[in-house]
Design a protein around this ligand. Structure first.
Ligand SMILES: Nc1ncnc2c1ncn2[C@@H]1O[C@H](COP(=O)(O)OP(=O)(O)OP(=O)(O)O)[C@@H](O)[C@H]1O
Length: 371
């Protein structure tokens, strides 16, 4: 058996109940009237997430705006500590405003304000609207529970299936994520599977209730290099087959190349560039994106070639520098960069198809101006 049909997915109604149906006979949009663009599946506005520590507030995510449409794939990249995981968990509603944590801004998922929901309503979104795959599969698997049981519990709870139906669904899911002999594997314990197979099980668990959005946080970091590509390709194929929007979080730009529609580059808690993936690779506009691309290892380089690295370290998020946070490491920085924080803007306005960049001196600006 395959995955649940999209129509079969149970989702919590929006706060205040479902939207009223149009009155019978109510006129539709007049012919030729442009239809309003469909609302994005995910819309994050001014998201800020901080941790109160004995040494002060660590502002891990500092004013992030993002949107994602149905079926779209977004890569979030940046060095370790740039806030990618914290952003992913905040979008999912796993980190909320509370003791020790400050969260502000708005995250709308399928029109529902994730952070305004009650904890129970938020939990109802997990699995059915949004699911997350983490770095290490063992953090998501219970070592004393059989593989099949990880899947059957969730589908029985969310989809109300009988025991036998749930067992069929579990085997179907394992088959769908490329696990050979799925019925036999369902009866095994996680430790009897290889790392790659375990991550496939975790992906199957994430898909079990047909989420519209999958957030994969460094899903291959704990795996052998040969298995990494297989898992990333699997995620890409599943996203396309199921028309499921995906956020792929990685410290490695090469991971998102060719696998995502758009890339958001994060640095010290902020987005510095957000554009179609191909545009970022072909014409990076932020010096940080450009430096990240330059440091991707190339297969055809002679042995012992030194790869360019980005001098310096990301700032301490307890005391980030004023102005552009990348300025202390940027070879193009001017006095303005050290005092004035650049806004994310497009070449032709904020909604630029070529993307947006937060830089006072974006790359390519001089050539374009004189062309
Ligand atoms: N619970 C916490 N308490 C205090 N600081 C935290 C907490 N969780 C994360 N941070 C800090 O928030 C910042 C962003 O962390 P995050 O894990 O999002 O980075 P990342 O970009 O995902 O990097 P990595 O790839 O290494 O996980 C880091 O400085 C981290 O130390």
């Amino acid at each position: 058996m395959g995955l649940p049909e999209r129509e079969a997915v149970t989702t919590a109604p929006p706060p205040g109940g479902p939207a009223p149906a149009p009155a019978p006979g109510a006129p539709g949009p007049a012919a030729g009237t442009p239809r309003a663009a469909p609302a994005p599946l995910l819309s994050a506005t001014g998201v800020r997430t901080g941790f109160l520590t004995p040494r002060g507030l660590v502002q891990a995510v500092d004013g992030v705006d993002l949107t994602l449409s149905e079926g779209e794939t977004l890569g979030i990249v940046g060095e370790s500590g740039s806030g990618k995981s914290v952003l992913g968990r905040t979008l999912m509603g796993l980190i909320t405003d509370g003791p020790g944590t400050t969260v502000s801004g708005t995250v709308l998922l399928g029109g529902q304000d994730v952070h305004a929901l009650t904890p129970a309503r938020r939990r109802a979104l997990w699995g059915t609207e949004v699911a997350m795959v983490f770095q290490d599969p063992m953090t998501s698997l219970n070592p004393v529970k059989k593989v099949g049981a990880h899947l059957t519990e969730s589908v029985r709870l969310h989809l109300g299936l009988s025991r036998a139906e749930a067992r069929d669904r579990a085997v179907g899911l394992l088959r769908q994520v490329g696990i050979p002999e799925p019925a036999r594997r369902a009866r095994q314990y996680p430790h009897e599977l290889s790392g790659g197979m375990r991550q496939r099980v975790v992906i199957a668990m994430a898909l079990a209730c047909g989420p519209r959005l999958l957030i994969a946080d460094e899903p291959t970091t704990a795996l052998d290099v040969t298995v990494q590509k297989q898992i990333l390709d699997l995620l890409r194929t599943l996203a396309q087959d199921l028309r499921m929007a995906t956020v792929l979080i990685s410290h490695d730009l090469a991971t998102v190349a060719g696998r995502t529609d758009r890339v958001a580059v994060m640095y010290a808690g902020r987005l510095v560039e957000h554009a179609p993936t191909q545009a970022v690779f072909e014409r990076p506009r932020h010096p940080y994106s450009s430096a990240l691309i330059a440091s991707i290892p190339q297969l055809d380089l002679p042995p012992h070639t030194l790869l360019p690295t980005i001098e310096g370290r990301p700032p301490n998020l307890l005391h980030p520098p004023p102005g552009c946070r990348f300025a202390p490491r940027c070879t193009a920085a001017t006095d303005r960069c050290t005092t004035e924080a650049p806004r994310l803007t497009g070449r032709h306005g904020d909604q630029d198809a070529e993307g947006v960049v937060a830089c006072h001196h974006p790359l390519g600006a001089v050539q374009e101006a004189t062309a």
